[in-house]
Design a protein around this ligand. Sequence first.
Ligand code: ATP
Ligand code: MG
Length: 324
Amino acid sequence: MTDEIVVVPGDGIGQEVVPAAIDVLEALDIEFAFREVDAGDAVKEATGEALPKETREAVASADATLFGAAGETAADVILPLRRAVDSFVNVRPARAYPGVDALRPETDLVFLRENTEGVYAGHEARLTDDVSTLTRVVTKNASQRLAEYACEYAAEEGFTVAHKANVMRETDGLFRDTVLEVADEHDVPADTVLMDAFATHVCLDPSQFDVVVCPNLAGDVLSDLAAGLVGGLGLLPSANVGPERGVFEPVHGTAPDIAGQGVANPTAALLSAAMMLEFLGHESEAEAVETAVEGVLSDGPHTPDLGGSASTAEVTHAVIDRLS
Ligand code: ATP
Ligand code: MG
């Protein structure tokens, strides 16, 4: 069966790194049906809508989506796209690679971030000119779904739950207790850490953590912090996983400071494509792409963010050369 892949490059360097990922996917011995659609600032400028209905429907029915980035309109684009595939977990690996300067070369973490609620559930209000509020939503159901996934993902090694239940007793309390309950039912080892303490511990010694299960906002912030430990945003892929479909995207944004110059690091997008291959059941090809990317990170060529002078295209071709 041909996998139907929706491609949404979006804005900024999304227009550069997503095509690079497509070039790599096309070099594999798998048949894909690619369909490119628009989302983001540029399409809003042109049509008034950041996320055209056609794009949302395409994502909701494709096997998987490869997304780049959206600028000002990011929240109007990626949040509905995550909902379109009912994505309940955002998987964010943060690994240091030989050949890349990293603050903490021993870092090898995976964040499993709750992807539907918390403070990103969208219940914000402006009560008066001077007072605004935010309602945080945590449900047992969403915490359970995330925990079930974590138990499968980390069945052997177990995981750490990062939370702030000492202050947010009801919301983070429910989150932490539910996740621990599910871990216990599955006999998966799980421990807990206060998320602020985690921020310090992970900088001092990331080797003490492996898989980290987090509420939505904490997962967003702590995984960006981990990006700093491994050498920058250009390296980190992510997967928005739903029960049947997924949206795969680099953690970085549109990088307006370097957009249009052809020098964006394609690594995060290529590793996101590898996560998509694995999700679609193409495990050996996923591994081949990862190995090729690791080889190029180790031996070069490197884009300027990693201290090199290669273009996006040169790095992409080097990866493709290693595949054949
Ligand atoms: P946005 O609002 O779209 O997130 P931003 O200004 O926050 O835009 P990011 O894309 O989040 O930009 O990137 C933050 C910094 O990291 C920028 O300086 C950018 O150049 C750098 N960066 C991010 N991704 C890459 C990449 N793939 N290659 C090289 N540098 C990158
Ligand atoms: Mg950003």
